[in-house]
Design a protein around this ligand. Sequence first.
Ligand code: AVJ
Ligand code: FE
Length: 439
Amino acid sequence: SDRAETERLRGEIAEVLTRARARTAGLTDCLDEADLVAQHSRLMSPLVWDLAHIGNQEELWLVRDVGSRQPVRGDIDHLYDAFRHPRADRPALPLLDPAEARGYVASVRDKVWDVLSDSPLQGSPLVTDGFAFGMIAQHEQQHDETMLATHQLRTGDAVLTAPPAPSAAVPISGEVVVPAGEFEMGTSTDPWALDNERPAHPVPVSAFAIDVAPVTNAQYQEFIADGGYRRRELWSERGWAHRTESGLEAPEFWQLDSDNRWWRRVFGTMTPVRPNQPVVHVCWFEAEAYATWAGKRLPTEAEWEKAARFDPATGRSRRYPWGDEAPDESRANLGQRHLEPADVGAYPAGASALGVHQLIGDVWEWTSSGFHDYPGFAAFPYREYSEVFFGGDYRILRGGSFGADPVAVRSTFRNWDHPIRRQIFAGFRLARDLRADER
Ligand code: AVJ
Ligand code: FE
């Protein structure tokens, strides 16, 4: 019945909101006041800003807009408006202190429980199928991933712990051919898909080959050893200028020891580089140079999505590579269960219909595409989520990292960032055009 369905949906919303808040608490309760208000990198906000910003977005959309309730704090919106204050300026703002921020997010959440129990979850587009609640759960999880990146940048003793990510029973390598033809890209029906993923539309894609796994640390070390960072001809003009100015020599957080072995700092702990793990913390320009060195290229966004979703048996696009069922521990490394990517081949149950592994989880994957609207796009519910970024100097990332929560990951989900960014949990996989004899 409709009533039973509304109750089920309320339960699901309560679960995703509660899971997000537990993660937010875990990322902030482990640090003292000084660490929470400090700026660990000019690229990032103080963690106490993310915390109150999470509460403020929840208040704007769920308490005030959906719930038509009185503001919890009507006086602080401007402090937590990401468009008013660039990240580098946020530490100087008169922010809520950690205790006030914790109190604020808790008061907002109390009101949200009341709004949720009253909302019919249908009627206006904003609440239909619980959209606004799902959007806010995704927003909190996106900031949790950003806060996780701040933890990775932070120097000092390790504070986060998690079991190591799985290795593979059977190693995998090589590529698969994705046949030519139209596929359905994007979605018009996924209830919590964000505006930039909509609407579903047919996209013609020529046949191409794509690697079954992301590029690993061992493969990336070969590129370094072969002079990858010194050979001008492997880099684009912009890439080389950036490499030179920024002194790039290896992925961020990597260090070479006196025996010529690579280590990387992982959330405050020095660990030997795991050879079969996807490389992480490389920018788009490094991915581009590696692809040139390997004689391949990055996939376009449409190619990535077709490899992830297209089922040749039915011609349908799936929600996830393995089908329509939600991710679980056997299929993908998501949700900060581990603090690192898993080795390639660790999730055979997560492979796509075409046999491509680990498209979801482990590392965000750079694509060659910029961020543009799909035909028929309509900004919803606010232009500042997606629309203001279209056509900017961004590259699309797909698939989600070990630090992305399942509520904010699906094969239609689109992430974007500047091509120089390395603090995000990004790696890449390669693709190539087919040779004449393969077509
Ligand atoms: C979609 C991950 C690029 O973190 O800048 C958070 C998500 N938008 N608050 C970001 C977002 C508003 C966004 N990304
Ligand atoms: Fe935000």
